[in-house]
Design a binder for this molecule. Structure first.
Ligand SMILES: NC(=O)c1ccc[n+]([C@@H]2O[C@H](COP(=O)([O-])OP(=O)(O)OC[C@H]3O[C@@H](n4cnc5c(N)ncnc54)[C@H](OP(=O)(O)O)[C@@H]3O)[C@@H](O)[C@H]2O)c1
Length: 341
């Protein structure tokens, strides 16, 4: 089978297409024929070993544990190992691969007990492949922030992957949503349900102004002191991005010394939340925003684009021409587009 392999840390060109052995499902595993995967921040960071500490996980001098990137996928179960009960060949599924990565390939095996569920029926493979990382992160952070009906929520990076899902989920939970993005994304963020949009290229978030119960920074661009000031009593300031040690101390200090909480953390891939997202998607309340699509062999090109930090929603790698219900015909046009259902 084909896979995009990286054998050294570095720029996008370290991603090379290779022919490797097709895996076989072991006891309790399913073999997924991958239709689509994505380029997430986790992928390009692992490729570059950024931060340096990533090398402690994946090999000091060269990638050892993970040599095939791809954090999430959608595809079709081709075969099942002994003892598998949740899936059968032919099932369309979507999944988070976790720190094992491995979705930049034609096939991947994973235990059926991992974070894998039947694909939402109203999504294409490409749309479904983008859900696990961004939407699970958004869901879990909003819950951490005790989101409820009527919560006043501010979302920084509302046009990114985590942000586009967060805006929609916050609305789903009945919150009043303000999104922060640049001029070219104002209409997109509004279309996802934000009642108010702050254009960061024209307006700064000041310390004075209406209070928020929850400020969710998905991209690490919010002004710390202004955000803390704008939090209502018992409010939450949520940070989904990689935070420096100094910022961790600053956040802890606010949490310990006030009635406001600053929280970070990592997404926990679990099938219960993924299945819950499937239900929300099938109810029509959540969709994926796709910025660009690339064929798998252009993974390096896709990485180059995503690393610039300005994608709208998600960037998809199409592994196979999508079968029934997919959007194979539109795959390789090469033009940036925002695919909205
Ligand atoms: N904690 C976890 O477990 C977890 C899980 C997944 C992801 N993450 C992290 O979450 C972060 C976000 O990932 P993502 O994929 O959602 O990001 P992304 O899609 O790459 O974010 C890009 C978006 O951010 C917007 N943006 C850039 N500068 C901005 C600013 N000053 N104010 C507001 N928006 C701005 C860009 O809009 P413009 O083009 O208009 O500037 C673009 O739409 C990453 O750091 C990732 O590592 C963490």
């Amino acid at each position: 089978m084909n896979a995009i392999v990286f054998e050294r840390y570095g720029p996008p060109d370290v991603l090379q297409m290779r022919e490797i052995t097709k895996p076989e499902p072991q006891i309790g595993e399913i073999l997924i024929q991958i239709q689509a995967t994505t380029v997430t921040a986790g992928d390009w960071r692992m490729r570059k070993a950024d931060p340096f500490l990533a090398r402690l996980f994946n090999g000091l001098w060269r990638p050892k544990r993970v040599r095939i990137l791809g954090f999430e996928l959608a595809g079709v179960v081709e075969a099942t190992g002994r003892g598998v009960t949740r899936f059968k060949p032919g099932d369309a599924v979507f999944a988070a691969c976790g720190t094992e990565f491995g979705a930049y390939a034609d096939y991947k095996c994973m235990p059926e007990t991992n974070c894998v569920a039947l694909k939402p029926e109203n999504m294409t493979f490409e749309e479904a492949a983008a859900v696990p990382v961004g939407a699970l992160t958004a869901l879990q952070f909003l819950r951490k922030g005790n989101i409820r009906r009527g919560s006043r929520v501010l979302i920084y990076g509302a046009s990114g992957s985590v942000g586009t899902y967060a805006v929609q989920l916050a609305r789903f939970f009945g919150a009043e949503v303000t999104g922060v993005c640049s001029t070219s994304n104002v209409e997109l963020v509004r279309s996802l349900g934000a009642e108010r949009v702050i254009d960061y290229s024209k307006e700064r978030l000041e310390a004075d102004g209406p209070a928020y119960d929850l400020i969710f920074d998905t991209v690490g661009k919010s002004p710390f002191h202004a955000c803390v000031k704008r939090l209502a009593p018992n409010g939450f300031y949520l940070q989904a991005y990689q935070v420096s040690p100094l910022s961790i101390i600053r956040g802890k200090w606010v949490t310990w010394t006030s009635n406001k909480k600053v929280l970070g953390g990592s997404v926990i891939e679990n099938v219960e939340d993924l299945s819950y997202l499937k239900e929300i998607i099938e109810s029509g309340a959540l969709r994926s925003v796709i910025d660009r699509r690339y064929p798998l062999e252009q993974a390096a090109e896709a990485h180059r684009f995503v690393e610039q930090g300005h994608k709208k929603g998600n960037v998809v790698l199409s592994v196979k021409a999508c079968p029934k219900g997919g959007d194979g015909a539109a795959l390789f046009g090469g033009n940036p587009e925002v695919g909205q259902k």
